[in-house]
Design a protein around this ligand. Structure first.
Ligand code: SF4
Length: 425
């Protein structure tokens, strides 16, 4: 098979992997005009540890797999065209795209070829050759196979910037039913091992930085580890999904949990739902995840009042919380502590820092917020500024939700079909 055709198949097959930072955003495409797409295949974006946004060639080594996970288009019984790169082919492609300035790194995953160890050896082989033979300094994200030997995972961490292991399902029982060859305990064990090695490398780095030290700093996945969960393939509700995330962040200090809305596949198993979940569900999960990690919310606070354990699709989780806790508002932008400002719908963490810096010098007014390009209609019912106080009983109005909720059309982008991206070659 021609290399170009392999690339088409294996870049397309990788698009189901959500482990790229751009996956949490709206789906946009430029077919009706404009340029650029947040969807499609081939190149994805990630953030380096120093905050730079980088483009990655996102491919599978192969889409052939001996496992038969019901939700996966690449499963053994799936009737899709298969392809497989050799290690030199993939190394050559990566270097070629890098030299042409198309990419700044590689995101590599794979179906399981013969065994987890054999596959992991091939995946590590690509990274090893890039780093050791070609002196490749670009970013590498390797998706690892939890059932592979700890030695191979350790080697992967020496070459990769980020490693990830998919947790796949929010619940152990669902994994047993839908991916019986996967081992929930092995996934957890591998995550724990990775955590220990990342910590060890960081301690070694700190020691190596001390003036008297002659030790070389060890290297192990300096950009940490992440995971991905398929959402909507089983009956787990949002509370269960987010509960698993809280547990994973707490147990293994993951950098990210990515949520991937289940996409129906041809000849799907009867264990799977006939309809995909709304894409907005994935979006709400990312928003809730953000609140848990950066805004001081507890899971119970986010989910209190959520019907049937599901997040409200009509409004974002912070606005939903504010509408249920109107007694906590309005918040005085010039006096409130940071943690309360972070709870105001429409105020992001960076904006809160700007407000806190500004109010040290002068009183913040509504026009200052407008200058920060904030949505005042959403914000002002919940805020007091130097020149504004919500009118009378605005916060008690039964129709407050209608007044502050985004119009349904704002979600249109999440309902459109996926975009196609230009070919790489
Ligand atoms: S192991 Fe991975 S590639 Fe193979 S069927 Fe399962 S999810 Fe798909």
């Amino acid at each position: 098979m021609e290399l170009r055709r392999k690339l088409e198949i294996l870049a397309d097959a990788a698009k189901y992997d959500a482990s790229c930072a751009s996956s949490g955003t709206d789906k946009r495409d430029s077919r009706a005009g404009g340029i650029g797409s947040t969807e499609g295949m081939g190149i994805c974006h990630a953030y380096a540890p120093d905050g730079r946004c980088i483009s990655l060639l996102k491919v599978l080594l192969t889409n052939a797999c001996v496992f038969d996970c019901a939700y996966c288009v690449n499963r053994a019984q799936s009737n899709v065209q298969r392809a497989r790169f050799t290690v030199p082919e993939l190394v050559g492609l990566t270097l070629d795209f890098y030299r042409r300035n198309y990419i700044e790194g590689l995101f590599l995953s794979s179906g399981i070829i013969r065994s987890p160890d054999y596959t992991m050896e091939q995946v590590v082989g690509v990274a090893r050759e890039l780093r050791e033979v070609h002196g490749f300094r670009g970013y590498i994200h390797l998706k690892t196979i939890p059932e592979a030997s700890p030695e191979l995972l350790a080697e992967a961490g020496r070459y990769a910037d980020r490693l990830s292991i998919n947790i796949e399902m929010p619940r152990e029982q669902s994994l047993k039913e839908l991916a019986p060859e996967k081992d929930f305990a092995a996934i957890r064990r591998s995550m724990a091992r990775m955590r220990a090695r990342i910590d060890e490398a960081r301690e070694g780095e700190a020691t190596a930085r001390r003036p008297a030290s002659k030790a070389a700093a060890p290297r192990f996945a300096p950009a940490g580890q992440s995971t991905q969960m398929v959402v909507g393939a089983d009956a787990a509700d949002d509370r269960a999904v987010l509960g698993t995330s809280v547990n994973l962040y707490g147990s293994y200090r993951l950098k990210r949990v990515y949520y991937s809305a289940y996409s129906p596949i041809p000849d799907a198993s009867s264990l799977l739902p006939p309809q995909p979940p709304p894409l907005l569900r994935e979006h709400r999960l990312y928003q809730a995840d953000w609140l848990l990690r950066f805004y001081g919310f507890e899971l119970d606070e986010i989910m209190a009042g959520a019907e049937g354990g599901m997040l409200d699709l009509g409004v974002d989780p912070k606005l939903a919380w504010a509408l249920r806790h109107r007694e906590s508002f309005p918040v005085d932008v010039n006096r409130a502590p940071r943690e309360m400002l972070l709870r105001v719908p429409g105020l992001g963490a960076k904006t809160v820092e700007k407000i806190i810096a500004a109010r040290r010098h002068r009183s913040v007014r509504a026009e200052d917020l407008a200058r920060l390009r904030l949505s005042l209609p959403k914000l002002l019912p919940f805020l007091v500024t130097a020149d504004h106080r919500p009118r009378g009983n605005l916060l008690d109005r039964p129709d407050l939700r209608r007044l502050v909720a985004p119009k349904a059309s704002a979600f249109g982008a999440l309902a459109r079909p996926a975009a196609a991206q230009l070919a790489l070659l």
